[in-house]
Write a protein that binds this ligand. Structure first.
Ligand code: RP5
Length: 156
């Protein structure tokens, strides 16, 4: 199975990103976790993206806050799908991160989830991999059913 890379711009993002890592583990998706910054380690970030496809990755989750350029920079160097995860890490409640990630110019898309939407970032990556992994798709179907059952059985 292809791997998912979870990349964050700073160690300070880790607690917010952790649900994405946990979700990938829950679905049995091979993954690796990295700290790479578009601003502080631009060469390392570019190298990672350039070689990601050859290194067996199928999707990249890029979490960043403030002027959150990580996803866009990674997307510049790879044709793999890049999922942007805006982190709330400033006085602007994450709106700065969200707009920095979602407002990519034509030709270089970054699929963007909600501010701090870590679990959805992982689920989107899993959905991408599941296109060629029937067993993974079956787990996604079961997950949808669990959510449905939880709503139907919810007691107030
Ligand atoms: C971004 O700047 C990181 O993704 C983080 O969300 C934010 C703040 O980073 P630190 O100053 O805490 O390292 O690059």
């Amino acid at each position: 199975m292809l791997k998912v890379a979870v990349i964050m711009g700073s160690k300070s993002d880790y607690e917010t990103v952790k649900p994405a890592i946990d979700t990938l583990a829950k679905f049995g998706v091979p993954n690796s976790v990295h700290i790479l910054s578009a601003h502080r380690t631009p060469d390392l970030a570019a190298d990672f993206a350039r070689h990601a496809k050859g290194n067996g990755y199928g999707a990249l989750i890029c979490a960043a806050g403030k002027a959150a350029h990580l996803g866009g920079v990674m997307a510049a160097y790879t044709t793999l799908p890049v999922i942007g995860l805006p982190i709330k890490s400033s006085l602007m409640d994450g709106l700065d991160s969200l707009l920095s990630i979602v407002q990519m110019p034509t030709g270089v898309p970054v699929a963007t989830v909600a501010v701090n939407g870590s679990e959805n970032a992982a689920l989107l990556a899993i959905q991408i991999l599941a296109l060629s992994e029937p067993e993974l798709d079956a787990k996604l179907e079961a997950h949808k059913q669990e959510m449905k059952d939880a709503i139907i059985n919810a007691k107030i």
